[in-house]
Design a protein around this ligand. Structure first.
Ligand code: PHE
Length: 339
């Protein structure tokens, strides 16, 4: 028994895996294990009652010792195994990270523009993207047979509805709803059946502005435009005003911005002209006021349509309009991170 005990201790000392410990258990305590066989190989009939008792006690002690020693060995192995596993956990490794949301550059430009206009007392009004033909065209002085209909390639829907081609569709809606005097901006998404290139998209954003009051003139228009641009770009920008035709303004202008991508030298974004058409504008056509229920003899006003998509491109130096609608989060992440 003493010998078996020593063998067991030796065997357990050299065991390094759970499998080895299990094999030792089988070798000693299994059905054919050396401890089990000890009892089987003894001819009890030759022993006295005294000897039987002594043998039985010793054997039980040995079994108890073996069971405990094996359990202890496997417990020790298990705890080193966990320790080893926790050593694999590298607390200094960089975390997996959690992506924070980011606002789209157009959203950022829109929020900032809304702020600037609200600072000047303009109300922000949102309108429908699916618009009636009337508000999109007729109300702003573009009747059916007017050649200006061709200026904007339109996605036509059923029942004389269209995907609005411009935010000017909001002009008469607003006048009917709020009356005069009125100061408001209408930011939103517009749609045109256009082929896509670095500066054209079929889906883009505008921010319309409408100012109607007594005695409003071109001087007021220019003052407001200057304020917006200097506040938006937070630097001096070069602009130019040239005549432009839009059926809903008279006189009408194109306000161009010196291209901020190339500094006016000419690039793909400005189609090598050095200028970006940014804000078409003009004094509200009397017919539009009339459609809105306003007397053009009493009131006058100005309207403008900021190309919000272009504004964002200029502000953030985005060379290609196609990045804006591509849905790739890596685009957004470059411009803002919000919690
Ligand atoms: N709605 C015009 C367009 O999208 C822009 C515009 C707005 C022009 C307001 C003049 C005044 O082309």
């Amino acid at each position: 028994m003493q010998q078996i005990k020593e063998q067991l201790v030796e065997a357990l000392k050299s065991a390094t895996t759970a499998e080895q410990v299990e094999r030792i258990r089988v070798d000693f305590l299994g059905r054919k294990g050396s401890i089990t066989l000890l009892a089987k190989n003894v001819d009890f009939s030759k022993l006295t009652a005294e000897e039987k008792k002594g043998f039985g006690q010793k054997l039980n002690e040995l079994k108890g010792f073996a069971t405990d020693a094996i359990a202890a060995a496997s417990a020790a192995l298990a705890s080193t195994a966990t320790r080893k596993k926790s050593n694999d956990l590298d607390l200094t490794a960089p975390g997996k990270g959690r992506r924070l949301g980011a606002l789209h550059p157009i959203t950022l430009a829109q929020m900032e523009l809304e702020d600037v206009f609200q600072g000047m007392g303009f109300t922000v009004v949102y309108g429908p993207e699916v618009e009636s033909e009337y508000f999109c065209f007729e109300a702003v002085n573009i009747p059916h047979d007017h050649p200006a209909r061709d200026m904007q390639d339109t996605f036509w829907l059923k029942n004389q509805l269209v995907m609005r081609t411009h935010t000017s569709a909001q002009q008469v809606r607003a006048l009917k709803r709020f009356g005069a005097p009125f100061r408001g901006v209408f930011p939103g998404r517009c749609f045109r059946f256009e082929s896509i290139d670095p500066s054209h998209e079929n889906t883009f954003y505008q921010c319309e502005g409408l100012y109607v009051d007594k005695g409003v003139s071109v001087a007021n228009l220019i003052a407001v435009m200057r304020t917006i641009l200097s506040q938006t770009f937070k630097r001096d920008v070069k602009v130019r005003l040239r005549p432009g035709y839009f059926p809903f303004v008279e006189p009408g202008f194109e306000l161009d911005l010196n291209c901020l991508i190339c500094g006016g030298k000419g690039c793909a974004t400005c189609k090598n002209s050095g200028w970006i058409e940014l804000i078409p504008c003009g004094l509200v056509h009397p017919e539009v006021l009339r459609q809105g229920g306003i007397d053009p003899k009493e009131y006058s006003g100005f309207a403008f349509g900021v190309g919000l998509t272009r504004l964002a491109m200029m502000k953030y130096g985005i060379r290609d309009i196609r990045y804006l609608n591509c849905g790739d989060l890596r685009v957004n992440e470059q411009f803002s991170t919000i919690m």
